[in-house]
Write a protein that binds this ligand. Structure first.
Ligand code: GLN
Length: 456
């Protein structure tokens, strides 16, 4: 088949089902077909040339609307591409459109999108995870074969888990942040989403690698994740040590999630892996530390949405001061969760509270990093369920922010440390997908792909 045929088939699928799924905020039919024609003309070749892709709306795409699912960026067309988008284009991947998400990537259900939630293709009355629920739902509904996500506290892995798809958070700095709309700059990590581990690895290898335009980009060779995924497929895991984190054991996981997790562990043992129980005593503080660090950084990053530079401007009638226009714009343009984070963040950073909150959270971050480092002296990877619960019904966790935050209980430690982690489907609980998480040391992304492919 030609690239134009494959792309058209996906655009048709989107036209047929996205009214019900609502994975996309914007579909770029013309752009995608133009890119496909370049591949059919022979202008671009390569392993993913002609394979269409969906991109989370927090990633800038030149001339194509980018809103981060916020009203404050409605109608904004970025004048440049993110580095990862440039790389997709160089690889000949037609970009189908931009996917729905929680506003500014803050959330675990897409219910905080200013443009309405995405519905989980497994059960349209349930959430597809978040913040990158649109990307994962697009895969699960066969609207796209691959997608881009961003993971600050779990936003690639948790949507992957609850939609029965694969999602990988690369090593922090392994994929460029240039052109991401920043949420929490010391945590934000763009990464690949796919339906199989090998597909995900192929996309990983296209998007990863050093970028001089990102000051935290790692200037080192990208681990060979494709080779690792193919190696894992032969199923031999002899000599591989899997660490099960003791502290995660009973932590509020649904029984069906725990039983799928344990069945998967047994499968990995049959393939030759060895299970070692490890203790990471500081992981219990990861959630509170994250909910100080991420909002603190967000409060600074979101200061740029001032009604002057981009998108929405409210109340600018010629009689109001700059401050009034800024305040009216931010009042109208930001949703409740975003405002909550800005308030928490500015509070945690304010003088007098800085040492007690932000400073303390940074110390906890160091302790969590040490827990990972000492665990990886004993084991090759750490494993856990990706998320404590399967896709929940809409509205069931929005009244209490803490209930929503719990979705990322098992994913957040990795972000604080900076290592890579992947979620791979590992069975069903009451008919809904469960995810298995594999966490690896920084720059050992290949290890998690090997184990994930063996489990698949
Ligand atoms: N759910 C987490 C949050 O709301 C993680 C989000 C993310 O990874 N972008 O902050």
């Amino acid at each position: 088949v030609s690239a134009v045929e494959v792309t058209t088939a996906h655009l048709d699928r989107i036209a047929a089902v996205d009214e019900r799924v609502h994975a996309f905020l914007h579909v770029d039919r013309e752009g995608a077909l133009a890119a496909a024609r370049k591949v059919d003309n022979g202008e671009i070749t390569g392993p993913l040339a002609g394979v269409p892709i969906a991109v989370k709306d927090v990633v800038t795409t030149k001339g194509v609307p980018t809103t981060a699912a916020s009203k404050i960026l409605e109608g904004w067309k970025p004048p440049y591409d993110a580095t990862i988008v440039e790389r997709l284009k160089q690889a000949g991947m037609p970009i189908l459109g931009k996917t729905n998400m929680d506003e500014f990537a803050m959330g675990s259900s897409t219910e905080y999108s200013a443009y309405g939630a995405t519905n989980n293709p497994w059960d349209l009355g349930r959430i597809p995870g978040g913040s990158g629920g649109g990307s994962s739902a697009a895969l699960a509904a066969f609207e796209a074969p691959l997608a881009i996500g961003t993971d600050t506290g779990g936003s690639i892995r948790q949507p992957g888990a609850v939609t029965g798809t694969v999602g990988a958070k690369p090593t922090y700095g392994g994929t460029s942040r240039y052109g991401l709309i920043a949420f929490s700059s010391s945590l934000d990590t763009p990464g690949p989403c796919g339906r199989t581990v090998e597909d995900t690895a192929l996309l990983h290898s296209v998007m990863a690698g050093y970028d001089p335009r990102d000051s935290t980009s790692i200037n080192a060779p990208v681990p060979d994740v494709v080779k690792a995924a193919r190696l894992g497929k032969n199923g031999d895991l002899s000599g591989v040590k899997l660490g099960v984190v003791k502290e995660f054991a009973g932590d509020g996981s649904e029984p069906g999630v725990l039983s799928s997790f344990h069945e998967s562990l047994e499968k990995l043992v049959k393939l030759g892996a060895e299970i070692v129980e490890v203790s990471c005593p500081n992981f219990q503080y990861a959630l509170p530390a994250y909910y100080l660090i991420a909002p603190s950084e967000a409060s600074s990053n979101l200061a740029r949405f001032d009604g002057v530079r981009y998108g929405l401007r409210e109340g600018d009638d010629g009689n109001r001061s700059l401050e009034e226009v800024m305040s009216l714009t931010r009042e109208a343009g930001f949703g409740a969760e975003v405002k909550r984070r800005i308030i928490i963040g500015t509070y945690a950073l304010s003088s007098g509270y800085y040492d007690a909150y932000y400073g303390q959270a940074q110390k906890v971050r160091t302790l969590i990093t040490r827990d990972f480092q000492s665990a990886f002296e004993r084991v090759d990877v750490l494993v856990s369920p990706t998320t404590p619960f399967v896709a929940f019904p809409f509205g069931s966790r929005t009244s209490d922010p803490y209930q929503m935050y719990l979705a990322d209980l098992f994913t957040i430690p990795t972000n604080l440390y900076g290592g890579p982690a992947i979620s791979v489907p590992c069975g069903l609980s009451e008919g809904l997908p469960v995810g298995f998480q594999i966490m690896a040391p920084t720059m050992a992304d290949d290890r998690m792909y090997r184990v994930a492919a063996a489990l698949e």
